[in-house]
Ligand binder design. Structure first.
Ligand code: PLP
Length: 390
C-alpha cells in the first residue's frame, strides 16, 4: 500500500518514460499526453535540447546560495526584462510561491511609499493562485480553504464578470487587483481583451497595482509570450511558473521599476529559488520559445485544434456545450460531469485533465505536431459518439 498521503485521487497509471507528446506506461502502453504535467512540459517530454542543457550544467555546479552572483539567473532575468514589461525579476520554485511573492511585493510597495494601510488584494471568487495558506484564501474557494482556518486576512472577492461588484469592492485599503489572465483550474475562462484594458484603466484611476497571474497561461501557452499581450496592456506584477522550467520546478515574479523599489535587501529570499541548475533549464526553454516563428506556430496549432473541436461540438451539441480557451490552453465544456468522458479518453490513450465547470482541459506541448492533434481529434470524436449512444 502506498505510503503517500491521500491528498490526491491518483489515476492508476505510472509512466516509465516520455518522448515529445507521448508517454509510455510501465505496462508498455503508449499515451498521447495532452496534460503535459498541467501546462508544465511546454516543449514535451525528454526534449533533447533541454536534456543537453541540464546535463551540461549538472556537471558544472547545481546550487549556490543567492548570497552570491548566479550568472545563469542574471542571464534569464535579463532576457525576461528585454522581452516583457518587466524591469526586475525574483526567482522562486513554484507557482504558489510566485503568487504569494506577488502579494508581498504589492503590499511592500505601498508600505514603502508610506501607505501601509493599503494592503488588501482584490481577487476573483473561486480563482486559483496556489495552495499556500495565503494563496488559498486569495482564491476565495470554499473547497480549498475548508479546515484550514483561521482565515488569512487581506483578501476581497468579486464574481467573474461582475464589473459592478468589482468597482464597488475597491476601497481605500485596496492595494492591488490580482486575476489570472486566463483562468485555468476554474474552467478555462479567458478574460477578454477589452476587459483587461478596462482593468488597467481602473487600476490607474484608483492608483492601485494590477497583478496578472500567468502561472498557467504564460510562457507561450496563449500563443503570445504572455496572454495579456493580446490586450496590449502592461501589468505591474506578473507571477509565472509552470511552463518556464519545461518540467524543472521554477517560479518567478516579474515586476516594474516602481514595485521593485520595495524589494530591498533582506525583504525576501529563497534558498533554492534561481539556482544554477534551474536557471540553465529556464534559459534553454526560452531559447526555444523565443525562436522566430515558435509563437506563431502555437497560434496556428491552436486555430486548427479549436476549429476541429468546434466541428465536433456541432456534431454532438448534446455532449459538448462550448469549446473555449486561448492558444493551447483549451477547454471542452460538457453539459454533464466530465469525469466519465476523461476516463473514456484515457481508455483510448489520450490523457486530458479536468477543470471547473465540467471542463475537459486539453494542454498539448507547445511544439505539438498537426498529426498528433489529428490523433486527439479522432479519439475525442469517437468518445463523443460513444457517449451519444448511451
Ligand atoms: C498552478 C497554478 C498556481 C500554483 O502553482 P504551483 O506550482 O502548483 O504552486 C498558481 N496560479 C495559477 C494560475 C496556476 O495555474
Amino acid at each position: 500500500m502506498s505510503a503517500l498521503a491521500k491528498n490526491y485521487n491518483r489515476r492508476k497509471i505510472a509512466f516509465s518514460r516520455g518522448k515529445g507528446s507521448f508517454l509510455y506506461s510501465s505496462k508498455g502502453q503508449k499515451y498521447l499526453d495532452f496534460v503535459q504535467g498541467i501546462a508544465v512540459n511546454s516543449l514535451g517530454h525528454a526534449n533533447s535540447y533541454l536534456t543537453k542543457a541540464i546535463n551540461k550544467q549538472s556537471k558544472k555546479v547545481w546550487h549556490v546560495s543567492n548570497a552570491f552572483i548566479i550568472p545563469e539567473g542574471e542571464k534569464l532575468a535579463q532576457r525576461l526584462r528585454q522581452k516583457t514589461f518587466a524591469d526586475y525579476v525574483i526567482f522562486q520554485n513554484s507557482g504558489a510561491e510566485a503568487t504569494e511573492l506577488a502579494i508581498k511585493a504589492a503590499r511592500r510597495y505601498f508600505y514603502k511609499i508610506g501607505k501601509p494601510q493599503k494592503n488588501r488584494i482584490l481577487c476573483i471568487k473561486n480563482s486559483f493562485h496556489g495552495r499556500t495558506l495565503a494563496t488559498i484564501f486569495a482564491s476565495g474557494s470554499k473547497k480549498m480553504t475548508e479546515g484550514f482556518e483561521p482565515k488569512v486576512p487581506g483578501f476581497d472577492h468579486f464574481n467573474f464578470g461582475d464589473h459592478k461588484a468589482l468597482k464597488k469592492s475597491i476601497t481605500k485599503k485596496t492595494a492591488a487587483i490580482m486575476v489570472e489572465t486566463a483562468m485555468g483550474e476554474s474552467g478555462i475562462k479567458v478574460i477578454p481583451d477589452w476587459c483587461l484594458r478596462e482593468l488597467r484603466k481602473l487600476c490607474n484611476k484608483k492608483k492601485i497595482l494590477l497583478i496578472l497571474d500567468e502561472v498557467q497561461c504564460g510562457i507561450g501557452r496563449s500563443g503570445k509570450f504572455f496572454a495579456f499581450e493580446y490586450a496590449k496592456i502592461k501589468p505591474d506584477i506578473v507571477p509565472i511558473a509552470k511552463g518556464i522550467g519545461g518540467g524543472f520546478p521554477i517560479g518567478a515574479v516579474l515586476m516594474n521599476k516602481k514595485v521593485a523599489k520595495g524589494m530591498t535587501p533582506g525583504s525576501h529570499g529563497s534558498t533554492f529559488g534561481g539556482n544554477p541548475l534551474a536557471m540553465s533549464v529556464g534559459n534553454a526553454v526560452l531559447d526555444q520559445i523565443f525562436k522566430k516563428g515558435f509563437l506563431t506556430n502555437v497560434q496556428k496549432s491552436s486555430k486548427y485544434f479549436m476549429d476541429e473541436l468546434n466541428d465536433i461540438k456541432n456534431e454532438y451539441p448534446n455532449i459538448i456545450k462550448e469549446v473555449r480557451g486561448i492558444g493551447l490552453l483549451i477547454g471542452l465544456q460538457l453539459h454533464e460531469d466530465q469525469n466519465k468522458f476523461i476516463k473514456k479518453l484515457e481508455d483510448n490513450k489520450l490523457l486530458t485533465m479536468r477543470a471547473g465547470e465540467n471542463v475537459v482541459r486539453i494542454l498539448p506541448p507547445l511544439n505539438v505536431k498537426k498529426n498528433e492533434i489529428d490523433i486527439a481529434i479522432k479519439i475525442i470524436r469517437k468518445v463523443c459518439n460513444e457517449m451519444d449512444s448511451i
